[in-house]
Design a protein around this ligand. Structure first.
Ligand code: GLN
Length: 189
């Protein structure tokens, strides 16, 4: 199984390291920057980072269109934090921000307020017996979802994990913890 991590900006190396640690059978993890590299993988992770920068580059260099096409053909995709923003339909208050529109959701950036740039706490996720450790860094939340979107987790009564078919998004960063359960879960999606 070839898992790509979009490696334009942000913490993609942390995802590659987490995939490495996960010891998923037969896993080949690699960086993806171009449509050609995307065509070489079976599933893809969009990491945390800066969503305006990455959106701009995805649009300019064609990887955005390639991701939309691949998602339409069923490729599993997982966005963490910035990655979830990029996968969403719309960013609240930023109507011009480029996103892929693969999750029928409106997201709010930096939604836990200026005082709380970063924190960690347990998050209960649908399908997991034990909570996962959510690392939230200037994290977004999901405020509105379409009928095709399944809610997978809330924190402080805010939606922080969603799924629409083969596409999933989490507000937090499992790649920054020792816990690789979510990477295993994504590999089986
Ligand atoms: N606040 C960032 C953004 O809006 C996301 C932060 C992150 O990925 N940790 O792009």
């Amino acid at each position: 199984m070839r898992v790509g991590v979009v490696a334009i900006q942000g913490d993609y190396e942390k995802h590659l390291a987490a995939l490495e640690r996960s010891e998923i059978d037969g896993l080949d993890a690699r960086e993806v920057r171009t449509p050609e590299e995307l065509a070489q993988v079976d599933r893809v992770i969009l990491p945390g980072g800066e969503s305006t920068t990455v959106g701009l580059l995805l649009e300019r260099y064609g990887l955005g269109d390639a991701l939309k096409k691949a998602a339409g053909e069923g490729m599993p995709m997982w966005g963490t934090c910035m990655g979830m923003i990029v996968l969403a339909r719309e960013v609240i208050g930023k109507p011009g921000q480029y996103t892929l529109g693969l999750l029928d959701a409106q997201v709010r950036r930096n939604a836990f307020g200026a005082q709380v740039h970063s924190f960690e706490d347990e998050v209960r996720m649908k399908g997991f017996d034990e909570p996962v450790l959510g690392v939230f860094i200037r994290a977004p939340v999901v405020e509105e979802v379409g009928p095709g979107v399944e809610e997978l987790g809330r924190y402080d009564d805010k939606i922080v994990a969603i799924r629409q078919g083969n596409v999933v998004g989490t507000s937090f960063h499992p790649e920054l913890t020792e816990d690789v359960r979510l990477h295993h879960w994504f590999a089986r999606l």
